[in-house]
Design a protein around this ligand. Structure first.
Ligand SMILES: [Zn+2]
Length: 157
């Protein structure tokens, strides 16, 4: 009796394996790029067309910002922020896409992923090309410049 049961289980196991092998492979939807899906442990907070996800890490904040193609700070954000230039320091990592930063003294800096980014406060910025720019940033809210040792504004030594 016990032996029969054992055999039966073995057979059913084999059958299960066989059916798994012969089951038609379902065509899965392509897995979305992790750079673009919702960030675990972060809070979504959009700013205009910019998709922001923000989380805490120690005393810092970690942010993923997705800037859409065609984005330009002076066109899309300036009317909302009401300052002439973006006064944030941006420190982090450009994971995707390309950006051009323009300072009021005429300096321009282009970043293309993958690239480390350190942008001084007081700039305009635009997305280059047809792909969204994905920027992973670290900040300390009001104390970002001091804590990260960034200049208060763009200057030349
Ligand atoms: Zn300059």
């Amino acid at each position: 009796m016990a032996k029969t049961k054992l055999v039966k289980r073995k057979l059913s196991e084999r059958a299960r394996v066989a059916s798994r092998r012969t089951a038609p492979t379902r065509r899965r939807a392509p897995r979305p790029e992790p750079r673009f899906v919702a960030v675990k442990g972060a809070t979504r907070r959009d700013a205009g067309a910019v998709q922001l996800e923000i989380g805490r890490a120690g005393a810092a904040r970690v942010k993923r910002a997705i800037y859409p193609p065609g984005f330009r700070w002076s066109v899309d954000m300036k009317p909302v922020v009401r300052s002439d230039l973006c006064m944030h320091a941006h420190v982090g990592f450009l994971a995707s896409g390309a950006l051009r930063i323009e300072y009021p003294d005429g300096c321009t800096v282009e970043y293309e992923a993958p690239q480390i980014v350190a942008i001084d406060p007081g700039h305009d910025g635009a997305v280059l090309g047809d792909a969204p720019a994905v920027l992973i940033e670290f900040d300390f809210e009001g104390d970002t410049v001091n804590r990260l040792g960034m200049p208060g504004s763009h200057r030349h030594p």
